[in-house]
Write a protein that binds this ligand. Structure first.
Ligand SMILES: [Zn+2]
Length: 118
């Protein structure tokens, strides 16, 4: 089906994004998240071997959209988990590895701590 639309609203987990530009005859269509493949913005690498979890941005050289440094995705020693918000990824990393979670210094190190005002 072809939609003549310039604005698409995506809803996922209470988050709403608008994609596209406004045009004079723009129609707003709300697309269910199940119908849309969104690229994850953040990934958590969970290491089985080290019982640790590290949060990365999707574009990070260590992450490469979940393919990993060597490409090809997960390994026997760990797995990549996709997330759509930094906050979600960090909460998941903390849940998976309460003692050993961190964020990658290469890509999002400047965020330091969730909710930190400093
Ligand atoms: Zn990274």
């Amino acid at each position: 089906m072809f939609f003549r639309t310039e604005t698409i609203h995506l809803r996922r987990g209470g988050q709403q994004l608008s994609i596209g530009c406004e045009a004079e005859d723009a129609t707003t269509i709300v697309v269910d998240a199940d119908d849309v493949e969104l690229a994850p913005t953040h990934w958590v690498y969970r290491s089985f071997r080290h019982h640790s979890a590290k949060t990365h941005a999707a574009g990070c050289a260590n992450c490469r959209d979940g393919a990993g440094k060597k490409g090809g995705g997960g390994t026997v020693s760990g797995e990549w988990l996709p997330f759509y918000r930094l906050e979600d990824a960090m909460v998941a990393a903390e849940t998976l590895a309460p003692e050993r979670h961190s964020i990658c210094n290469m890509c999002i190190g400047e965020y330091r701590k969730l909710g930190s005002g400093r």
